[in-house]
Design a protein around this ligand. Structure first.
Ligand code: SF4
Length: 258
């Protein structure tokens, strides 16, 4: 079943990777907006979820977030993280940088120990305001599903004709290791072609990039829910553990969500 978030602020939910997490969706509530079109995306394929509504304004996000934080604070609830994810790519929102500033202000006011995380495909870091805002959040979580262009085109399907892993990595390098790198591992078939980013060739190219970028943490995970592409399967937990072992050998902390 495809999951779309129908509110600006949702949760908190217990996340496999982030703990008690309050979600913020800067994207439309009736569809999806993303510059990738991943074959495993829990929001579905872009073409099936075209939106008919506008993005929520900065003011709407502020009001929704303040309401929720006030209510949670009043109940004495614990909150580990405020997470920007939702129905697509949060950094595509034109007021993303200002919204991050607002969120920091509200966080400091209501939950000063709570972290702010942004899950991003990293494609919009070439916009200075996006990059600067991502540098300010506690956990910029950046996607890199393969070190090989052809594989990214098959799995993540960026809608930029000139996409290349090397350009992507160039932007990640500017974080000087102060970011979390996230990778989805999976196997299967899509449009008649084999999909497997757990092969020896894939892992050795990916590890070479990890070793060069030295993110402060690596999160590896696999499919958890139904995917829009039907012939995909989870990467086995043993394969994930083996990949994690190799990353840890580089001295980089690694979280596995099987
Ligand atoms: S980057 Fe995230 S939101 Fe965008 S298509 Fe991929 S999984 Fe879905």
């Amino acid at each position: 079943m495809t999951i779309l978030f129908h509110e600006i602020v949702y949760g908190p939910v217990l996340s496999r990777r982030l703990g008690s997490s309050l979600g913020v969706n800067l994207l439309p509530y009736d569809g999806k907006l993303c510059s990738f079109d991943c074959i495993y995306c829990e929001c579905g394929f872009n073409r099936d979820f075209r939106t008919k509504t506008e993005l929520p304004s900065r003011e709407m996000v502020y009001a929704a977030l303040e309401d929720k934080l006030q209510a949670l604070c009043g109940k004495g609830m614990k909150l580990d993280v405020i997470t920007f994810a939702g129905n697509g790519e949060p950094t595509m929102h034109p007021e993303f940088a200002d919204i991050i500033g607002d969120t920091q202000q509200l966080r400091d006011q209501y939950f000063p120990h709570t972290k702010i995380s942004v899950l991003s495909n990293g494609l919009h870091l070439n916009r200075k305001e996006v990059f600067d805002a991502m540098r300010k959040v506690d956990n910029p979580i950046l996607k890199l599903d393969s070190a090989i262009d052809e594989t990214v085109r098959r799995i993540d399907r960026p809608n930029a004709n000139n996409y290349s892993v090397s350009k992507q990595v160039e932007r990640y390098r500017l974080f000087q290791g102060d970011f979390v790198l996230q990778t989805m591992f999976l196997r299967g078939r899509f449009e008649g072609k084999e999909i497997d980013n757990t092969t020896e060739e894939e892992i050795s190219a990916w590890l070479a990039l990890i070793s060069e970028l030295r993110p402060r943490e690596v999160m590896i995970y696999t499919i958890d829910r139904e995917t829009p592409a039907r012939e995909l399967e989870k990467a086995p937990i043993e394969a994930l553990q083996e990949i994690a072992r190799k990353v840890r050998e580089l001295g980089i902390p690694t979280i596995v969500a099987g």
